[in-house]
Design a protein. Sequence first.
Length: 498
Amino acid sequence: MTSTQERRPSRLETRSIDYVPLNERHGKIWHLGPLWFMSNAQIATLAVGLISITGGGDLFWSVVAIVVGVLVGTLFMAFHSAQGPQLGLPQMIQSRPQFGYIGALLVWLFAYIQYAGFNIFNSVLAADSMSTTAHGNAKVWIVVVTVLAFVLALVGYDLIHRAEQFLTYAMIVVFGLFTIALFLLHYPAGTFDVGTFHPTPFFAQFGVVAGYQISWAIYVSDYSRYMHPDVTVRKTFYWTYWGSAIGGAWMMIAGSVLVAWVGAQRFEHTGDNAIAQIDHAGNRIFDGFGAVVLILSALGLVSVMALNMYGGSLTLISAVDSFRRVTPTLLIRAVMITLTAVLSVIGALAASANFLNDFTEFLDLILYLFIPWTAVNLVDFYVVRRGHYAIAEIFNPRGMYGRWGWRGVTAYLIGFAAMLPFMNIETATSDFYTGFISGAMNHVDISFFIGLPVSAFFYWLFSRSIDVAAETRVAQAEATELEQAAEAHVQPEVEKHL
């Protein structure tokens, strides 16, 4: 710790996209484990494990694809987590040094669509869970769960961490018993055999799992930025990585086992759904236990909805700040969280069953959009600038990072273009898009393996001309003023250092 006396923030969080000064840094590194465990340990994640078996794959190879996809995809989101304590900034505002003051709007637009889209899906799923157990109109429950998530997001960072810790302990106990219940079910003969390796469903499952884990990359610094920079990158990485990986793999494998029990064809072509099957399987422990699982699952979804409202509000504030400088206050946080919540309710109330089927596939397309971004952002932080940023310049519209970061934008576009021939995007009713190489490979999608290295390489190549030493000198010159301005909750005067 520094000699500066630590000061915890007020009960209602007022900071948003601004830098967190050292005297407000607090929290323990292990808090990241429960937060990212619970963010993944909910029934929306369970649905991610259905892809392979419903596509004709075997349970064994589905589990292998899930484990490998989680281990690979979680690497990237966990590396982003270490940026929070070092920079004291939320995740998406950190895109300005790579993409520019205005250019970062490109990825912020995609990020907000993801926040809104997942919130629509999660609120409908939570409402269905409550309607199944506590009964009542599902549309009323959509409003109820959204209000609960709104309150959690409005109070902010500390309450979100505490809620996720409590839910983690409850989920380990309840879903642990549910997992035992899965082994008490009667499965078709040969369900647990090694079976035959089918590359198309295997890589479809791997890609969705890896993409799902990478999608958390736009959140992670939001929930580590109040921690002191003395926490090591390694510990930040490990607590984030294993919390997310264990929670995600557990739910996805449970989903894969559940659909293997029900039968892929019956699962797809009857009125049965995942919620009904969870209720049925849970009742094998004792009558009513399925309802306990679903109620806890609904609370878990509420916590994830709060993450989406919190992150969505930060993204909206960042976007507004790109056109007119924003002074971070509780009022602007409340306005942006309210707007995000209202959009979520409207979307959820308007959603039909067919819409949700197609929209979850559309979200896969959104995940493609973040593969080049994560490559650019991580290469910049760990390889090019190595964590040395002039933070005040990130908020300067005429600062040294420029309005358009041609290096980041160009590397992003090249990486995304390189992915196109390898993509395979299918909806519930049709093939939305199949690249010519993917088509020649029987619809195997390996775009993940293309976009990451291509974007990373070109950004590194373009960034060799950056004078990191000069940028570091600017950062050092602004450091004292940055701390003083942040403590006073005002914008630092940065122009004099240019």
